[in-house]
Design a protein around this ligand. Structure first.
Ligand SMILES: *Cc1c(COP(=O)(O)O)cnc(C)c1O
Length: 400
């Protein structure tokens, strides 16, 4: 039986081994390990790639978020509105600065923050909105920017999963005040270790991020601000510059694989009919009653495909389906050596560390429902048609 990993970084590495080795060796030979010319060049290239004036290399996607929030002065007493259906760092960084994350529910189709929920969450303490472009598709930014303008708020884009994705012709990271990328190895542009970048069009914010990533010093040893060590290594800069050249072709590979999944799932008769999806949204989600979830009660096989909106460029960091009997399906796929993962099993408002924020089960029911039903399938560019067929066959066999 064909086994299919969720991600195969070696498959990609073997295609660029010589180039990356040469780039890393160049840094080692120079003995210039921190920031320097490779990082500066990467900053310019990523800024240009994202349609921004400035790029500031940092130590991780998490630190990109943290230093961006620091740059706009977020601190105790402040509130930042964000999505609960995301990687922990999005909410964690807000709390680490002593501010309060205010979670609002998500759109059931895209899993991104629901802009309609933002207005009711704004208080006199709100300072910023932090949307996440989940799975590689940009959040609905026009109403988010309009709400920010109305209430005089900053917007920071968590684009950790979305480098190169587009919204109405604009690149992820270039729409808000600051955009944050991650180069964690499993991201679409993954480094050879941790790394990240902040992009912006605002020269003052760029300068502040640049100072804060190096202890807030300017000039060296003179500190008007308290920053930290959030610097990007030169080895990462050199390796990422090699990989950036291939990013668009890898993205095309992911998009091609997404289209193949849609075709194969449809051919297997596994795709939920629109009425089922409708039912799922209006019945289960509105009621917030997962025990009577329509999707789970609906006779399988009915799997909901990801929603790809028109006028967006979805870069498929993940290909995420909604599936009845999700946990049993996942166990079955793992037994068959088909890689899959839940992003994310617990929405942030229900994490133990955020218990003091006072959210109850049922408060943000769309995110809770997604956490119980979503499953990410392998989508990396080097997947073959045979491997994708094996994934779909295994799903079909589970529901037989
Ligand atoms: C990966 C990720 C981060 C954190 O990036 P790191 O580089 O791992 O610190 C933040 N937000 C989201 C949405 C992510 O997917």
């Amino acid at each position: 039986m064909q086994s299919v990993p969720l991600l195969d970084l070696k498959a990609q590495y073997t295609t660029i081994r010589d180039e990356v080795t040469e780039a890393i060796n160049r840094v080692v030979e120079s003995q210039y390990f921190i920031l320097g010319p490779e990082v500066k060049a990467l900053e310019e290239e990523i800024a240009a790639y994202s349609g921004c004036r400035f790029g500031i290399g940092v130590s991780s996607g998490t630190d990109a978020l943290l230093v961006s929030l620091m740059a706009i002065g977020i601190g105790p007493g402040d509130e930042v509105i964000t999505t609960p259906y995301t990687f922990f760092a999005t909410g964690g960084c807000i709390s680490r600065l002593g501010a309060t994350p205010v979670f609002v529910d998500i759109d059931p189709y895209t899993y991104n923050i629901n802009p309609e929920q933002i207005k009711a969450a704004v208080t006199e303490r709100t300072r910023a909105i932090l949307p996440v472009h989940l799975y590689g598709q940009v959040a609905d930014m026009d109403p988010i920017m309009a709400a920010a303008k109305r209430h005089n708020l900053y917007v920071i884009e968590d684009a950790a999963q979305a480098i190169g994705s587009e919204y109405k012709g604009r690149r992820a990271g270039s729409i808000g005040y600051l955009g944050c990328f991650s180069f964690f190895p499993s991201k679409n542009l993954g480094g050879y270790g941790d790394g990240g970048m902040v992009v912006t069009n605002d020269p003052d914010l760029a300068g502040q991020v640049r100072r804060l990533r190096n202890h807030g010093a300017q000039p060296k040893y003179y500190h008007q601000y308290i920053g930290g060590n959030f610097r990007l290594d030169a080895i990462q800069g050199a390796a990422l510059r090699v990989k950036l050249k291939y990013l668009d072709s890898w993205t095309e590979g992911r998009q091609r694989n997404a289209a193949t999944y849609r075709r194969l799932f449809a051919e297997a008769g596994l795709v939920a009919k629109p009425s089922t999806v409708e039912c799922l949204q209006n019945g289960c989600l509105a009621a917030g009653d997962h025990a009577t979830c329509n999707l789970q009660l609906a006779a399988p096989p009915q799997v909901v495909m990801p929603t790809e909106l028109s006028d967006y460029r979805h870069i498929y960091n993940q290909f995420v389906i909604r599936a009845p009997h999700r946990d049993a399906l996942m166990a079955y796929l793992k037994k068959r050596n088909i890689g899959c993962e839940i992003y994310y099993p617990v929405p942030l408002q229900l994490q133990e560390c955020f218990a003091d924020l006072g959210y109850q089960a049922g408060d943000l029911s769309v995110s809770e429902c997604a956490a119980k039903q979503t499953l990410a399938l392998p989508i990396y560019p080097e997947l073959t048609d045979e491997m994708q067929q094996a994934v779909v066959n295994a799903v079909a066999e589970f529901y037989q």
